[in-house]
Ligand binder design. Structure first.
Ligand code: THU
Length: 135
């Protein structure tokens, strides 16, 4: 994919970050999930007074996409104001692994646009999937 295309996905994630509902952590995160046919779904983190009910940015993007009928994804961008590239939480890694191919690239972006491109399986090695009980 062209750098210009990737930059536009980063910008969408950065825009979504501005909508973060973060009265408790004050730590905004944005995400942009791209379907194989180029549709984009963005998300931000949405916190709750009952902290455990917080929804992370990448899960918001995934749930928006899936609830709109999207099933096949090619790229995920996650943006946060971290020193280095942001590190997604374990719960999100599991949810990403549910819906995205193991070799799908995931771009992690920190403040000052420091970034690292990784993959779903690098983020969650030896992952638990439906193959573990369906085969
Ligand atoms: N958070 C995300 O939205 N995504 C990540 O990848 C890391 C953590 C959120 C959850 C919570 O609202 C805040 O960041 C602090 O943990």
């Amino acid at each position: 994919m062209e750098n210009k295309t990737r930059d536009s996905w980063i910008h969408l994630a950065q825009d979504a970050k501005r909508n973060a509902y973060i009265p408790y952590s004050h730590f905004p995160v944005g995400a942009c999930l791209v379907t194989k046919d180029g549709q984009t779904f963005t998300g931000c983190n949405i916190e709750n007074a009952s902290f455990g009910l917080t929804n992370c940015a990448e899960r918001t993007a995934i749930f928006k996409a899936v609830s709109d009928g999207a099933k096949e994804f090619q790229y995920l961008v996650i943006v946060g104001d971290t020193e280095g590239p942001i590190s997604p939480c374990g719960a999100c890694r599991q949810v990403v692994a549910e819906f995205c191919d193991q070799d799908m690239p995931v771009l992690l972006v920190g403040k000052d646009s420091e970034m690292k491109e990784t993959t779903v399986s690098e983020l969650l090695p030896y992952m638990f999937t439906s193959k573990d009980f369906n085969d």
